[in-house]
Design a protein around this ligand. Structure first.
Ligand SMILES: [Zn+2]
Length: 457
C-alpha cells in the first residue's frame, strides 16, 4: 500500500515536472539566454552598462506602449521613452511599493499578453498582503536560465540529482510515512520541509543517499537543521554544493552546513516580483546580477549599520514590468573587485529576510518561508475571502494564531472557513486559532512581518 502510494506521488510529481520542463526549457528563449549569460558574465563594467541601457530602453518603450500605469505616468510628467538615454534617467520614474502595486492592481499588467498566456502567482513577500504577480511564459524561461547560471557557479550540472527542502508540498501535515517524492523529469528529490524534525533527520539523509543526491537546494533554516542533526550524530553527507535561498543565511548556519555536507554553500536571492537577483560566485562573493535588472541601492531609513535598501527594475517580466520597485529588503554593499573576474557589483550580506524558525513540541522545524507558504495557502488559495492582510504569531510552543485584517464584507462563516483552512495546513500537534485585528502589528524595524513569533521578539 505504502509503496503504491509513494509511486503515485512520484508519478504525479514527474508528470508535473515534465510539463514544467517543457515550459521552462523548450520552445522558447531558455537555450539562447543561457548561452548569452555565459558570455555576458565576463563583459567589463562599461559593456555591462551598455547591455543594461539597451534592456532598460526596451522595457520603458514596452511599458509606455502597453502598460496603463506607465503610459499615464509618463504622459502626466511630460516624458517619452526616447527621453531615457542613460541609466540615471531611470530616476524620472517614481519608486513603487507593494502598496502602490496593490492599489493600482491591473494597471501594471501589460495589455500585450492574453490572460491565458500569463501565469499568476500570489505573493505575500514579507508584508502578508495579497499581491497577484503576473508573468509571461518567456520570462519564466529567462528566469530559469539565470537560475541555471547560479547552479553552474556552484558546479552543479544539468543532469545532477538535487534534493530540495523548500516550499514543495509532498506530504500532508499529518502524514508520517514517505515524506518525499522524486521527480524523474528534473532529477529532483523533494523532501517535506514541514516534516523536518529530530525524528526525520536520519530517514532524510538515508533517502538522499539512496537517490545518490549530489546537491541540496534548501531554505537556510532547513539545511542548517539537517546539518546540525547529522553532526550531532557524528555523521556527514558529502555533496558537491548546497544552495540556499529565501531566508537570511547566518555565518554560523553556513559553517554548520558546510561541515555536515563537506562542501560550499551558495546562497542566492530573488524576488517573486522578478526585479532583482543576487547570486554567489565560485569565490563565495554575493554578486548583484546586472543582466537581470537595474538594481539601485538607496538610503535605508533609521539606524541600519551601513545597509541600503534594494530598489530594482527587472528587465525580463514583460507581463508586469516594474520600474524602481522597493522590495523591502536591505543589503550591505561591498567595495572592490572579485577574484572571479566578473565586473558585477558585490554585497557583503543580505539582511532582508528573517531566518527565524519555530519549533513544534515534537521538534519539527517550520522556517519563516514554510510559515509564509502556509499563510499563502490559507489566505490566497481562497479568492473569495474578504481579507486584507494576515500574519501568523506563535504565542507559545504549541499555539499558532493567525491574525487578520478583514474587509467589511467578512462574516462569521468566513471565519469558520479560515479556521478550518488553517487547521488543514498546520501540523496537528500545534493548536491554532484565528483573531481579527484592526491592523497588523509592526516589528521593530517598522516592517510588517507575515510571520511574527512572540517567543523570539
Ligand atoms: Zn565573484
Amino acid at each position: 500500500m505504502q509503496f503504491l502510494k509513494g509511486l503515485k506521488k512520484d508519478i504525479r510529481l514527474t508528470w508535473r515536472g515534465l510539463y514544467t520542463r517543457i515550459l521552462k526549457r523548450h520552445f522558447g528563449p531558455f537555450a539562447k539566454r543561457r548561452r548569452w549569460l555565459q558570455e555576458t558574465q565576463y563583459y567589463d563594467a562599461e559593456r555591462l552598462r551598455q547591455v543594461q541601457l539597451e534592456l532598460l530602453k526596451y522595457l520603458v518603450r514596452h511599458a509606455y506602449e502597453t502598460v496603463p500605469f506607465y503610459r499615464r505616468y509618463m504622459q502626466e510628467h511630460g516624458f517619452r521613452p526616447e527621453d531615457i538615454q542613460t541609466l540615471e534617467d531611470i530616476q524620472r520614474f517614481p519608486i513603487l511599493t507593494k502598496a502602490d502595486l496593490k492599489r493600482e492592481g491591473e494597471g501594471f499588467v501589460s495589455t500585450r499578453f492574453h490572460p491565458r498566456r500569463m501565469r499568476t502567482v500570489h505573493t505575500g513577500g514579507t508584508t502578508g498582503a495579497t499581491l497577484p504577480i503576473r508573468r509571461d511564459l518567456r520570462s519564466i524561461q529567462n528566469e530559469h536560465a539565470f537560475l541555471r547560471r547560479q547552479f553552474d557557479w556552484a558546479s552543479v550540472r544539468m543532469g545532477d540529482r538535487v534534493a530540495y527542502l523548500t516550499w514543495r508540498r509532498v506530504a500532508a501535515p499529518n502524514e508520517h510515512e514517505r515524506l518525499y517524492a522524486y521527480d524523474a523529469a528534473w532529477k529532483e528529490l523533494h523532501l517535506s520541509t514541514i516534516h523536518l524534525s529530530e525524528a526525520t533527520i536520519e530517514p532524510y539523509a538515508e533517502t538522499m543517499r539512496r537517490y545518490r543526491i549530489q546537491a541540496l537546494n534548501a531554505y537556510p533554516s532547513a539545511a542548517f537543521f539537517l546539518a546540525k542533526g547529522l553532526l550531532e550524530r557524528g555523521r556527514t553527507l558529502p555533496l558537491k554544493a548546497v544552495l540556499t535561498t529565501s531566508e537570511t543565511l547566518s555565518p554560523s548556519q553556513r559553517e554548520v552546513i558546510e561541515k555536515a555536507f563537506m562542501c560550499r554553500v551558495f546562497d542566492y536571492y530573488g524576488s517573486a516580483e522578478r526585479v532583482c537577483a543576487i547570486q554567489t560566485c565560485e569565490h563565495g562573493s554575493y554578486h548583484i546580477i546586472p543582466e537581470y535588472g537595474l538594481t539601485e541601492l538607496l538610503e535605508a531609513p533609521g539606524p541600519n549599520e551601513g545597509c541600503r535598501r534594494i530598489v530594482a527594475t527587472g528587465f525580463w517580466n514583460l507581463a508586469m514590468p516594474l520600474i524602481r520597485y522597493d522590495i523591502g529588503d536591505l543589503v550591505k554593499p561591498r567595495e572592490g573587485v572579485c577574484k572571479c573576474g566578473r565586473a558585477f557589483p558585490m554585497v557583503e550580506r543580505i539582511v532582508g529576510r528573517e531566518g527565524t524558525y519555530i519549533q513544534t513540541p515534537s521538534g519539527r522545524v517550520l522556517g519563516a518561508m514554510a510559515i509564509e507558504y502556509i499563510l499563502a495557502r490559507v489566505l490566497y488559495s481562497m479568492y473569495n475571502l474578504p481579507i486584507l492582510e494576515g500574519q501568523i504569531v506563535q504565542e507559545s510552543d504549541n499555539h499558532l494564531v493567525l491574525e487578520y485584517v478583514a474587509m467589511n464584507t467578512f462574516t462569521e462563516e468566513h471565519e469558520q472557513q479560515l479556521r478550518s483552512l488553517l487547521r488543514e495546513e498546520v501540523p496537528s500537534e500545534m493548536e491554532v486559532s484565528v483573531r481579527r485585528v484592526d491592523r497588523m502589528r509592526q516589528s521593530v524595524s517598522g516592517k510588517h512581518l507575515s510571520f511574527v513569533s512572540t517567543e523570539h521578539h
